[in-house]
Design a protein around this ligand. Structure first.
Ligand SMILES: Nc1ncnc2c1ncn2[C@@H]1O[C@H](COP(=O)(O)OP(=O)(O)O)[C@@H](O)[C@H]1O
Ligand SMILES: Nc1ccn([C@@H]2O[C@H](COP(=O)(O)OP(=O)(O)O)[C@@H](O)[C@H]2O)c(=O)n1
Ligand SMILES: [Mg+2]
Length: 213
């Protein structure tokens, strides 16, 4: 797409943080807190796919069947939804939650948008705990049943963890212990975002200074 390729009109740099972790590791929960504190726009790939099903789109049945099986929807579909949401937001800082989930997702996003993530926030959580959380999530999701959960765990280990390893090789992974209570996890998350926050603040101070002289 013309605009979401590293710069918005006016040449503003787009900042993307990929938020990864197994199903139920707390990605969505922590993203909500990051949005409140650091001014990012939260885009959950899974939520965008669910919204696409609800909208009655021609891809709806295919997406719905893949989610029920815990499979990963073709990148083209997900990337289109992400790009549209990025442009519509008007923001330039994004938390992309639950994406890239496999090598195809990763390579296609890079090729299409030319965006490199600032870093990858990775929530590390044991499977037993993720299973417990998903089974009591109560959001009416038809993929939060034990049969689909097991399939999602397998896809996570086989397809998503290699993406985390890819970014780890590039020293881009910021790993957080996600087993702790929500507020304690957020303390670790805040520490990771703090330098970034300072960077934004200091550029604002410089801008104010430049207006005064
Ligand atoms: N640190 C935590 N401790 C206990 N429960 C949590 C924690 N983080 C999230 N949860 C709960 O676990 C469930 C899954 O969290 P969610 O943020 O939806 O995970 P994800 O987006 O990674 O699948 C939700 O019901 C949420 O309230
Ligand atoms: N990049 C992505 C993200 C999600 N999905 C699909 O959407 C489902 C739910 O994703 P999600 O991110 O909302 O799930 P959680 O990890 O938040 O529990 C996945 O199991 C996949 O079937 C996908 O196909 N591609
Ligand atoms: Mg989620």
């Amino acid at each position: 797409m013309q605009d979401v390729n590293g710069s918005f009109p006016g040449d503003k740099k787009i900042i993307v943080v990929f938020v990864l972790g197994g199903p139920g590791s707390g990605k969505g929960t922590q993203c909500t807190k990051i949005v409140e504190n650091f001014g990012f726009t939260h885009l959950s790939a899974g939520d965008l796919l669910h919204a696409e099903i609800k909208s009655g789109s021609e891809n709806g049945t295919m997406i719905s069947n893949m989610i029920k099986e815990g499979k990963i929807v073709p990148s083209e579909v997900t990337i289109n939804l992400l790009q549209k949401a990025m442009l519509e937001s008007g923001n330039d800082k994004f938390l992309i939650d639950g994406f890239p989930r496999n090598e195809e997702n990763r390579a296609a996003f890079e090729n299409v948008t030319k965006i490199e993530p600032e870093f990858v926030l990775f929530f590390d959580c044991p499977e037993e705990e993720m299973e417990r959380r998903l089974l009591s999530r109560n959001q009416g999701r038809d993929d939060d049943n034990i049969e689909t959960i097991r399939k999602r765990f397998r896809v996570f280990v086989e397809s998503s963890l290699p993406v985390v390893e890819y970014y780890d090789m590039k020293s881009k992974v910021r790993k957080v212990d996600a087993l702790k209570p929500i507020d304690e996890v957020f303390e670790s998350v805040k520490a990771i975002f703090a330098p970034f926050h300072t960077k934004v603040r200091s550029s604002f101070i410089l801008w104010m200074f430049s207006r005064c002289i």
